[in-house]
Ligand binder design. Structure first.
Ligand code: DAH
Length: 356
């Protein structure tokens, strides 16, 4: 028994890794292991012999088992020490600076507008930027030869000769989303539709791509009074101050009657300030949705009526944040973006950004 003990304790002491330890365990205590075989011999012993041999064998088994466990943890400690010698980290080093992006004013304003209208029960609708001319014009009561089609400086998609499908255009306004939303959801309805629009135009206040936000509300008995209230609520929340509006009679094919909407402002030293003074600034087009437009979208004009409006998001951003040149919006100049951009965690609220 002593020889056996010495043999295995020496083997354990000399093992250099876990698999060697496992081999030793099997050799000693596996089914055919030396100690296991000795245990089996107990059956053939006299009760007296068994009384001494049994406990001794059990003790031997325990000794080998705990020697293996101790060696195993010693090996693991040694391995960890070895890793720590090689792998180390200087936690006193300064962090690596990461470039921080900013939220573009157009995105910021889109979110702000969305939050304000959401509070008045308007959902957000979207439509494609490449639009069929039916959605962009016909359904909005703009017939084929109507001057608006050229006034809007429309970009037409290329068609191969012989391809006589009706034309597709880059949408010239967000108004086609009115049609899509009505056709999909019917009435009653309250949606806004922000997005990119395109017109062949380029100067300080015009870029070939810009952003609009469309509004549409349908119900049994909506009127221009509801329109005016909604807009005044919107502008006051957006500019963070009471803003009066003025409706001027106008013409759009898709509304009857139609109105252009001005907001109250002052001009001082070449600076425009919204919500004070006696001047007026035109900011949007609006009106009661034309019965033909309702019909085109499958809404019964004898049952439902409503108002619609459309305005430029970029214009709103310029006004609210004092940005003088629209073209800079889309130049991707990092200095401009850092100056006018918003921190990524500046989540818009109803009055977001007003008192920055
Ligand atoms: N679609 C018009 C434009 O781009 C703006 C507009 C005017 C939208 C009147 C409307 C509206 O919904 O009722 O100039």
């Amino acid at each position: 028994m002593d020889d056996l003990r010495q043999k295995y304790l020496d083997a354990v002491a000399g093992a250099t890794d876990e698999s060697a330890l496992e081999d030793i365990r099997v050799q000693a205590m596996g089914k055919q292991g030396e100690v296991a075989l000795k245990m089996r011999e107990l059956g053939k012993m006299t009760p007296d012999e068994r009384q001494t041999a049994g406990p001794a064998l059990n003790k031997l088994k325990d000794e080998i088992t705990s020697a293996i466990a101790a060696k195993k943890s010693a090996l693991a400690d040694a391995a960890l020490d070895e890793r720590l010698r090689h792998e180390w980290l200087d936690v006193t080093l300064p962090g690596r600076p990461r470039p921080q992006g900013t939220i573009h004013p157009v995105s910021q304003v889109t979110d702000e507008v969305g939050a304000i209208f959401a509070d008045m029960g308007f959902a957000v609708a979207e439509g494609p930027q490449i639009e069929s001319d039916w959605f962009n014009f016909d359904a909005l009561n703009i017939p084929p030869e109507h001057p608006t089609r050229t006034e809007m400086d429309t970009f037409y998609m290329h068609r191969d000769p012989g391809d006589d499908r009706p034309p597709h255009v880059l949408r010239t306004h967000t108004s086609p989303v009115q049609i899509r939303a009505m056709a999909k959801h019917g009435a009653p309805l309250r949606v806004i539709a922000p997005g990119r629009v395109y017109r062949a135009d380029y100067d300080q206040t015009h870029t070939p791509m810009f952003h609009q936000i469309e509004g549409l509300a349908l119900d049994r008995d909506l009127s221009m009074a509801n329109l005016k209230w909604v807009l005044e609520e919107f502008f006051s929340a957006f500019f963070g101050t009471g803003v009066r509006t003025r409706l001027r009679a106008s013409h759009f094919p898709f509304t009857e009657p139609s109105a252009e909407v001005d907001i109250q402002c002052s001009w001082e030293g070449g600076m425009v300030k919204v919500g004070e003074g006696d001047d007026w600034l035109e900011v949007l087009g609006s009106g009661m949705v034309h019965p033909k437009v309702l019909s085109a979208a499958g809404v019964d004009p004898d049952q439902w009526q409503g108002f619609a409006f459309g305005m430029g998001i970029d214009r709103l951003a310029m006004l609210k944040y004092g940005i003088p040149d629209l073209r800079a919006f889309f130049d991707s100049d990092l200095r401009w973006l850092r100056h006018y951009g918003f921190p990524a965690l500046d989540v818009p609220t109803l009055h977001g950004g007003v008192n920055r």
